[in-house]
Design a protein. Structure first.
Length: 332
């Protein structure tokens, strides 16, 4: 296990959020028909009413740029005031260049604005928020945009019923600055258990599996060993939370809102057994698992519904391929 633990208070303020979804809405009824199952089967097994999938001509970076523009508009933020873009997608649009460069080409920010990628699979936004806070507190930048966009539908293996039912596409963005120092990260922990690296993977797309090394079409699709992920993820999350709560002196009772990655019905049930339902932002039924876009999309939901208010304490939490688990406590 690799353990990254940073505990001192780190000022950061979220000044705007936004999201974007592809136009195609795939309903559970359509999935019933696809799998030749009786009515209600897909919703019973996946917990999803509907989720969004991108058209073949839609690009991940375009969706990310739309989410960023939504955040800029909602927060009445001048695009020229953004001096760094972090792309936190779980899967990149292409191997080179970085996805941030492709988003910058469509986002309408000031020419020459720097950008780079942070990849922690489903926990990319959480890691990017922590990196952004570090950079803001060194005065390297004054205002940073974070985007997370994933087209999970492109990697679905429709022969794998378990995983094909849960994924949706989407993008979300947050604009952050240091603020007045009263708001910020109260606790952060990210643990990685590499013995679970093969439990969630797409083997091709990098240098390991290529046409020259005998890549098969299935290597470009998502593969998951759900039960092994659940077993390791549960143990790893319990361990992480024990350390984080001991470190901060806080507990779930101190969290006004819990903003989780939306992995699956079983993953959502893990939190429901520990936190009252009214404190959990649960958008899984209408969005599915959006990979790295799940946490910022749920965070956006917390803001637009008024659940995220100044003075409240939020926990962002989730699991990711790796296997990684992470949590961040944020005072608004």
């Amino acid at each position: 296990m690799c353990d990254t633990t940073i505990s001192p208070f780190l000022p950061i303020a979220i000044i705007a959020t936004g999201k974007a979804l592809p136009a195609i809405k795939l309903t559970s009824t359509e999935l019933d028909a696809r799998f030749k199952k009786p009515a209600g089967w897909a919703q019973k097994h996946s917990g999803i009413e509907y989720r969004h999938h991108a058209r073949a001509d839609e690009r991940q970076s375009t969706l990310a740029a739309q989410a960023l523009r939504d955040a800029l508009d909602r927060g009445n933020v001048n695009p020229d005031s953004i001096d760094l873009l972090l792309s936190a997608s779980g899967v990149q649009e292409q191997a080179l260049p970085c996805t941030a460069a492709l988003v910058l080409g469509q986002a309408g920010l000031r020419p020459g604005t720097p950008g780079f990628d942070i990849n922690a699979t489903c926990l990319g936004f959480l890691a990017a928020l922590r990196v952004a806070a570090s950079l803001l507190n060194t005065s390297s930048y004054r205002r940073i945009a974070i985007v997370a966009s994933d087209l999970a539908s492109r990697g679905i293996d429709w022969d794998d019923t378990e995983s094909s039912l849960i994924f949706g596409d989407g993008a979300a963005a947050a604009i952050v600055e240091r603020g007045d120092g009263a708001r910020g990260i109260e606790g952060y922990r990210l643990n990685t258990w590499p013995e679970g690296a093969t439990y969630c993977e797409i083997r091709a797309g990098g240098t390991r599996r290529t046409p020259r090394t005998g890549a098969e079409p299935s290597d470009f699709l998502f593969h998951m060993e759900g039960r092994r992920v659940l077993r390791l993820g549960t143990v790893a999350t319990d361990d992480l939370l024990a350390g984080l709560f001991k470190e901060t002196g806080l507990s779930f009772n101190d969290m006004d809102v819990v903003v989780p990655h939306q992995p699956s019905p079983l993953g959502m049930r893990y939190l429901a057994e520990r936190v009252p339902d009214d404190r959990i932002v649960n958008i899984y039924a209408t969005h599915g698992n959006q990979v790295a876009a799940s946490i910022p999309t749920a965070l956006h939901e917390a803001f637009v519904t008024g659940r995220a208010q100044p003075g409240r304490r939020l926990m962002l939490i989730g699991t990711a391929g790796g296997i990684s688990v992470g949590a961040l406590i944020l005072k608004l």
